[in-house]
Design a protein. Structure first.
Length: 307
């Protein structure tokens, strides 16, 4: 009897692995990780936040969470916001590699929706912009990945999961519609994208549930703000964003063809990537904000003198 149970269990695991392998995670990572940024916001005293964001336009527009860039006590944007982009040709990134960065300003934010739009000053990076998915196309059970910078993890970490559920007017806030996902997210992932197999942003990762009543731990319960909420909110603030045009069935067909060796579509081919060689320290990295600002100001003064 015991042998039968073991055999059946083994078949089940193989079936799950086979199904999950259809998701082009490596290709999505290779193409869109450079479009996910590190956001470091501080007030000059060492306090602040580290989060993630998505580049959504060629002129340096970034979408993220309000709680990443808005100070909790003052309810105003942090005085210093620096946005780092992924170094080229580096699969694994440490804080020593973060040499390309931009000063950012908060254009708009909504505390209750937990959304913020940033504009990167002097943005000159040729990155793939992250397009929005129409949530109406996304069903419970849809496979998704998150790219971000989780505490005790590494910069540009990728995690995989599924859409677990959806809620309207989350936490009693009108218009705040969210997806629940079991995709692993933690502090540092806030504001980053939840992506489908097209690389379209299904939602913006926002908050997690970790402790329930009686102090019982909760796992695999995370919430992301639907792209439709972001799209509507941006339109209300004068920024029109269209949903991506590639339907999901076409993507599934491409994946099937690549698996069968019938396609030369390079965008559907999975590229190699590796996990970070070492974790970054959340607090130490945040404290380094002062030096980054000083270096940035010195560089700006040097450019002014040369002119």
């Amino acid at each position: 009897m015991g042998k039968i149970i073991v055999i059946l269990f083994g078949i089940f695991i193989m079936s799950v692995d086979s199904y999950a392998s259809d998701f082009p995670a490596k290709g999505i990572y290779a193409r869109f990780a450079p479009s996910v940024v590190v956001i470091k916001a501080s007030d000059g005293s060492g306090a602040g936040m580290i989060g993630s964001g998505s580049i959504i336009s060629n002129n340096g527009m970034v979408i993220t969470n309000a709680h990443v860039v808005i100070a909790k006590e003052s309810k105003k944007p942090y005085s210093r916001i620096i946005v780092y982009v992924k170094p080229e040709n580096k699969a694994s990134v440490s804080d020593d590699d973060l040499s390309k960065y931009f000063e950012a300003e908060v254009l708009h934010y909504a505390d209750e929706l937990d959304l913020a739009m940033l504009k990167l000053r002097g943005f000159d990076v040729n990155a793939n912009i992250i397009e929005f998915a129409d949530p109406a196309e996304i069903d419970i059970g849809e496979e998704v990945v998150a790219i971000g910078h989780p505490e005790q993890g590494g910069f540009w970490s990728l995690t995989y999961g599924r859409i677990s559920g959806e809620m309207r007017d989350y936490q009693g806030i009108t218009g705040k519609d969210v997806f629940q996902t079991d995709t692993s997210v933690n502090r540092g992932n806030s504001g980053g994208p939840l992506l489908d197999k097209r690389g379209y942003m299904v939602a913006v990762n926002s908050n997690i549930a970790r402790i329930g009543k009686g102090g019982l731990p909760i796992t695999g319960v995370n919430f992301s703000i639907k792209s439709s909420v972001v799209k509507k909110w941006m339109a209300e603030n004068g920024f029109t964003i269209a949903y991506g045009k590639t339907p999901l069935p076409e993507v599934e067909k491409k994946v099937e063809n690549v698996t069968a060796g019938k396609s030369d579509d390079k965008t559907a081919t999975e590229e190699k990537f590796s996990t970070p060689t070492r974790a970054y320290d959340y607090d130490s990295f945040l404290k380094a904000a002062e030096k980054d600002i000083e270096d940035m100001m010195e560089d700006m003064r040097g450019k002014t003198r040369r002119k």
